[in-house]
Design a binder for this molecule. Structure first.
Ligand SMILES: Cc1cc2nc3c(=O)[nH]c(=O)nc-3n(C[C@H](O)[C@H](O)[C@H](O)COP(=O)(O)OP(=O)(O)OC[C@H]3O[C@@H](n4cnc5c(N)ncnc54)[C@H](O)[C@@H]3O)c2cc1C
Length: 403
């Protein structure tokens, strides 16, 4: 690739590989501080806009989107959730976030977060190349790292930067630039996956319902008044096409059934996919002039609704560190990034793992295991410490605590 002639050379302080929430929020934060960026993404803007992923935005992240001028659309099109239901033993038990910790979360799909961020970049004159291919990063251990790519129109580009940020998601090429003998990859797979689907139906519940049942886990979530998002535990080997609408609804209904007569409002399934569960962290998050952010450095199972929020938190720290590094402190400022980001990453890893093991039924689970889980759920909903713990973790730890 390096041998191909380059049509356009751009010099910029920070090049960003991956224009998902982490990459675009970083670009937005840096632009506010007067630092230019060029961001690239292998997917088209349209493709990213319709890829269903996260739905829950923690309190601080929602405030940042509004206060930093990305958009206040979350206030109009999002839904403030002041709690969640844990459903087990055939009935729902509400954890009231406001009562426990005085915070809420926002149901606001990642697709909308992305649209707001991409619109903000376009509005503010930022450069984002969508639909690129042949991404290549070279010179990452020097002070002149380079990103090369082929743009959607077939032209070859070279970005000469002082720093490169790898925010290229869970299949990151950037993280592999850290030599194998210099990196540690902490990894955990789970013996189950999530079957996720969208359906055209009214809401079955006003807030998220996390259901533990003898048949396995289910999650009732929402998107809008007329489109709902739901998940149930399945095998990692399952194929989405093998599930008819009837089978999907029978599975969901069995997992939320109870003496209280709770039932889901059914409707046509419009999209379905199987989501593999992984916990992953790569350290270090910095290699020379390359810094990793978001899913490129860590992924969590979606049970705790942390992934998008962690990505946004990474770049909150990273933007500050990069501004300091470019503004006179030099490379020394970069040393502050990893310790500040990793503290929250490992807390989120723990919370995501904890929610996952408490709510899912592993293949071959013993009666003992299931009853122990019920004991744990009982402890969570019926002790003040349990309720507060879940509320504090889920809403994103004490607001503005500075970690
Ligand atoms: C089903 C599901 C549900 C989830 N639910 C939640 C939730 O409720 N709450 C929550 O907080 N999180 C949730 N998550 C996690 C969340 O979606 C991710 O953590 C989040 O997308 C991370 O953002 P990111 O910007 O780091 O990575 P991404 O959003 O993955 O963005 C990375 C970008 O890099 C691009 N890219 C990749 N390779 C290259 C390359 N070589 N060159 C250029 N660009 C490249 C990709 O196209 C992509 O657009 C969920 C995830 C899934 C799958």
């Amino acid at each position: 690739m390096a041998e191909q002639p380059v049509d356009t050379v751009t010099e910029v302080p920070v090049a960003i590989v991956g224009a998902g929430p982490a990459g675009l929020m970083l670009a937005h934060r840096l632009a506010r501080a007067g630092v230019d960026t060029v961001a690239i993404d292998i997917r088209s803007r349209e493709e990213i806009e319709i890829t269903q992923r996260a739905g829950i935005i923690e309190a601080d992240a929602a405030r940042d989107l509004i206060e930093l001028g990305v958009s206040d659309r979350i206030l109009r099109d999002g839904f403030e959730h002041e709690g969640v239901d844990l459903r087990f033993g055939g009935r729902s038990h509400r954890i009231d976030f406001q009562a426990q910790v005085g915070e809420s979360v926002w149901l606001y799909p990642q697709t909308d977060v992305f649209i707001d961020l991409a619109d903000a970049r376009a509005r503010d004159g930022g450069t984002v190349h969508f639909g690129v291919r042949d991404t290549e990063v070279v010179g990452e251990t020097t002070e002149r790292p380079i990103v090369r790519f082929t743009a959607a129109d077939g032209t070859r580009h070279e970005i000469r930067a002082r720093y490169v940020v790898g925010s290229d998601g869970s299949r990151s090429i950037c993280r592999n630039l850290v030599p194998a003998d210099q990196r540690t990859q902490f990894f955990r797979e789970y013996p189950f996956a999530w079957f996720g689907f969208l359906c055209d139906a009214p809401k079955s519940a006003p807030e998220l319902v996390y259901a533990h049942s003898e048949h396995g886990f289910a999650l009732v979530s929402q998107r809008t008044e007329s489109v709902q998002r739901m998940y149930f535990q399945c095998s990692p080997d399952d194929s989405a096409d093998a599930w008819s609408d009837d089978r999907i609804w029978a599975t969901m209904q069995a997992r939320v059934a109870g003496d209280d007569g709770f039932q889901l409002v059914e409707g046509p399934v419009t999209e379905k996919s199987v989501l593999i569960f992984r916990s992953f962290v790569q350290q270090p998050m910095r290699w020379g002039s390359l810094l990793l952010a978001g899913d490129a450095a860590h992924t969590v199972p979606p049970t705790g609704a942390r992934g998008l929020n962690l990505a946004l938190h990474d770049v909150k720290i990273l933007a500050d560190v990069l501004v300091r590094a470019l503004g006179g402190e030099g490379e020394a400022a970069l040393a502050d990034y990893e310790p500040a980001a990793l503290g929250r990453v490992w807390r989120a890893q723990n919370f995501s793992w904890w929610m996952t093991q408490m709510l899912h039924t592993p293949p071959g689970a013993l009666d003992f295991d299931v009853r122990r889980q019920l004991g744990e759920l009982d402890n969570v909903v019926n002790t003040r410490a349990g309720r507060t713990y879940l509320a504090e973790q889920y809403t994103g730890w004490p607001a503005r605590s500075g970690d």
